[in-house]
Design a protein around this ligand. Structure first.
Ligand code: ATP
Ligand code: MG
Length: 255
């Protein structure tokens, strides 16, 4: 593998179950369409499901990687990753929650730095909890992609996070309004949402991308954005994914 210093993006939210994991996987598919090599780091340490979602069997995880670094057993980064296809690799979360508890934030910096040497893009799927690990990751990445839904609690929580970001001058985040998760929730208009969050909505996924059997689809190990029917069947959302991916590749960093 050659050295390339890829872009790092973490996919975050202020509430659970808003579509982070599915969006991470679909973004990975989009980067593949652009010919980019992607690593998905599953940093949802207690409930991580990227490996399961993509139906890729694995034994090693981010925990084994850290444990091996600690005990001088570490040889190569690629020993710990699971291959989805020619473009997409996964660094899975631990299978055992007791191992998740042992992961120290300080090692994640090292892992992120190593990973970005081997990939064009490193996508980090997180959970919504603002713990030490997630805060450190948000600090280190090139871009934070916040997913938000048309839901009062979700919006209220994200508003608080964004106001903290504003206070500390952190502006490397983008907001993705996910209308595809609960297409029947229409509490607020886009205008209301922008007013509540007091920030711009950079991207939105349409209600049309609600997919009834999405869990079955994923359990079969498929990625929607890699489906040859996707660009025609979901034209608007296809173009949103392409724009999100292009923005990641274009902005900042040293690419
Ligand atoms: N486009 C969609 N169409 C239909 N259902 C969806 C869609 N996106 C998400 N969902 C539903 O929402 C659930 C949560 O999605 P996902 O696991 O991606 O969210 P998450 O933010 O990663 O959750 P967590 O915070 O638990 O990690 C999925 O299991 C699925 O049932
Ligand atoms: Mg998730």
């Amino acid at each position: 593998m050659t050295s390339r210093k890829g872009k790092t993006v973490c996919i975050s939210s202020a509430k659970g179950g808003v579509g982070k994991t599915i969006t991470t996987i679909n973004l990975a598919g989009t980067f593949e369409l652009l010919g980019k090599k992607v690593l998905i780091v599953d940093l949802d340490l207690f409930g991580g499901g990227v490996g399961v979602a993509l139906n890729t069997p694995y034994t090693k995880s981010i925990y084994t990687l850290i444990d091996d670094i600690n005990n001088n057993r570490y040889r190569e980064f690629k020993d710990y990753i699971v291959k989805y296809d020619e473009f997409i690799d996964i660094l899975p979360s631990p299978k055992d929650p007791r191992q998740a508890n042992k992961i120290e934030a300080k090692y994640l910096d090292l892992i992120l730095d190593r990973a970005s040497n081997f990939y064009d893009v490193v996508l980090i799927d997180t959970n919504h909890i603002l713990n030490e690990i997630n805060v450190l990751i948000m600090d280190k990445v090139d871009e934070i992609l916040f997913l938000v839904t048309n839901d009062p609690l979700d919006l209220k929580n994200l508003k608080s996070i964004i106001s903290i970001f504003r206070d500390i001058g952190l502006d490397k985040y983008k907001v993705l309004l996910n209308n595809s998760k609960d297409p029947f929730k229409n509490y607020f208009t886009l205008y209301d949402i922008k007013n509540i969050l007091k920030t711009n909505i950079d991207y939105s996924l349409s209600k049309g991308m609600f997919i009834k059997n999405i869990d079955v689809y994923l359990m079969n190990g498929k990625i929607l954005t890699l489906d040859e029917k996707f660009p025609r069947a979901y034209t608007k959302d296809y173009s949103t994914f392409m724009t999100m991916a292009a923005d990641v590749l274009d902005e900042g960093g040293n690419k």
